[in-house]
Design a protein around this ligand. Sequence first.
Ligand code: HEM
Length: 295
Amino acid sequence: MKQKTLSMTMLVIVSLFLLAGTRLFAVEQLLRGFGAETLTQTFSQISQVITGDWQRLGLEFTRLQGKIFWKLYLAAMTAVPVLFLLHYLVFGPKTFSHEGKKIAYYASLVRLFHWLAAISFTLLAVTGLMVIFGKYLGGGHLIMGARLVHIPSAVVFTVSAAVLFLCWLKDMLPTGCDLEWFLILGGYLSRKKKPVPAGKFNAGQKIWFWLATIGGLVMAYSGYYLFAFNADVNVLRGWAIVHNFLGVAIVTFFLIHLYMSVFVVKGSLKSMVTGFKAEDEVAIMHNRYYQRLEK
Ligand code: HEM
């Protein structure tokens, strides 16, 4: 299927889901009518249908903040590396000779902003986790310092993520072979080196791209509210919940990204330095892209 047709199909499917979702959650309210006198009241009632009443979430918020979030982060930081260790021991890395022809893969602008994103994100993750685990680290100046580093890192990351989003968008749109890639889980659960159905980027890399860039921008937006503290307490609670849940997902996928690009596909890291990938690696790991280049 052509990329344009596929993107249109995805758009229609997503719109249908949104329509169905709205029907499910709002139909009753819509049928009853809002009965509000002013436009502001109407909007407030609509937003309550969509987001729920944060006023009533005070207790729930305290529970999430004090008891749940740090456990989720701890689980991500321990379970994910253990799974990787098991994967590495059972299936091992994908190694290629990396001799022969080189294929240009990452332009210098992409490499520059990728490294800015990598450094700023690492700082964001480390300082963010220090804030989450603040009480176990003694609090005080150390945690205040972590907050101070967190803010400028967020600015650098947001700019880098926006640039990378624009540079990579075209190659990160869903294509037909993404489904095939999922069916064999990218060939990572096998020691054999069979050609993998993937374009310039595989489906797993695409998920990371969307989560890191769009998710990263939502993190920045919600983080701005928490930093500026310039909103109603219930709005702040809402953004804190978004920031923390999304944070767990991004940290988890970041660990996956590190494991894949540093340990599993040997030589990946070099491509982010030089901009080139070896032909033997592209022929196997990005087979559809390689076939297109060969034509
Ligand atoms: C210390 C941190 C990081 C390291 C060591 C690292 C390493 C790498 C490497 C080696 C590649 C090339 C993979 C390949 O082509 O085989 C890559 C690609 C990529 N990186 Fe990173 N990266 C880091 C952080 C980030 C961050 C914070 C982002 C968020 C924007 C990011 C987004 C991407 C994307 C979207 C790609 C292309 C697709 C992919 O390989 O996943 N990386 N990274």
